[in-house]
Design a protein around this ligand. Sequence first.
Ligand code: ASN
Length: 537
Amino acid sequence: MADPNDEPLSLLTRMTSTMSMGHTPEARVLIVMTGGTICMQKSPNGLVPARNFLERCMAPRPEFNDGEPHEPIEVRFHDGADGMGELHSLRTPTSVYGKRIRYAVLEFEELLDSSSIDSKGWAEIAQTIFRNYRLFDGFVVLHGTDSLAYTCSALSFMLQNLGKPVIVTGSQVPFSERKNDALENLLDSMDIAGHFMVPEVCLCFNSTLFRGNRTTKISASAFDAFASPNLPPLATITAMDTHVAWNLVTRSTILQPFSIQKDLHIHYVACLRIFPGIKPKMVEAVLRTEDLRGLVLETFGAGNAPSGHDNKLTQVIAEAVQRGIVIVNITQCLTGSVNPLYAPGMVLGRAGVVAGGDMTTEAALTKLSYLLALPGATQESVAKDMARSIRGELTENAGTIFSHPTGELSSPITQLTAIAYAIASGDIEKVKDLLHNDNQLINRADYSGNAPIHLAATGPSLAVLRFLLRLGASVHLRNHTGSGRTPLFLAANAGLLPHVMLLRQAGAHLHAEELDTARLHASQRPEIWNATGLEGT
Ligand code: ASN
């Protein structure tokens, strides 16, 4: 069967391999509707958000609806015992990748024009994803474009150790208009969320998938509304193919389950754009704002601010740093990075201003708010983390994490076979040797849908399993057996308790479609199946 996480296959190959299959697996995607032009309708007061997006826009279209009646799908609306409920679900026709996507739309109580979103709205999105994390394979967030880059950036920090795709999109023209970009953007986003293991917060727009925290809105009217000036797209979608730049995709390598930081201190930060002739008093007035804890300073070029004949501006800034405010230097330029190339930039650095590298303002502001909100945050810890990449939001000087492997690769299938042998014999040195510096193979599946993690989940060596997890192996990939088995299911089925525990530590859970079979097995071997977290589902 063709798997989009495998190497590229032609469209024709995919179609024929899909047709030869009997059972068509389903991916579950939750669409979270927050508002924005995509759902808007005309009113006497201009465009306003409208409800019932699934029934109004998606159900009548064959791209989104295979026409069969479907059971409602389980969704968690709130925390607590009475938080579970159901939503009307639809299913797409089978894709070229041989999967159908079953989905529901969860609409927020208040649908917003995104110019009005703030940290409360971001918390609501993060909590919705957290509550429904186990029930879905991926998430699509529908949002207005005005503050979309801010929301993507904020979510990328709030969602910690994310292991599933969260694709944020919107449109420049409402879905209800005859000529629009909503249909394309939504279809692409659902395809990515349902087929590709890109466990990041991404922005999908105009046939392009970007890392969310690298984006900025560059046009108020063009379909090509977003850019990622300092990082190439994570994927491009053409009529022929979706080409994922797997070497750019980041994955959590910390063995901790998914969690969220739902409070951002956005009310304690500010952003100030330096301009020629700006008065130090003006900067000081901002820096004296009550409760201010962080400032993003948009400077010229490689990070330069006017020095002035009396150095007053630098003095004002240095004093604010001494009072405990974290000041981050971001360039006004669209591309390039802040670095101490020129004397004025160096002076700012000496005054205690953190160089923000090539971060966008959107990323810098939301990251600062996130770090300031972390328990135990200090001025030093925040300043230190602002200067390094925590979610791929800035390019670190070492530049090694995104580099391509050197030398010629033999075919991925040959390599996967070699890896499979090394895993089966518990040869950690060999596994390290084969996978090192090549993060493109880590989540790649063979013809039976087994990625290295599936093999290690039932392999003889716990050390190999740990090594793969630390390299960013996804615990949510499903192979092609049954309804699609996760590594956790396979480890429990093989009776390997230590493997089960390690996978759980790394955030693994059973897939919704595995639960019935798991419950059957649990009656025979409760100790091991209960360790999968089955009881808590
Ligand atoms: N004002 C709209 C919003 O951000 C713009 C859009 O979605 N195209 O909600």
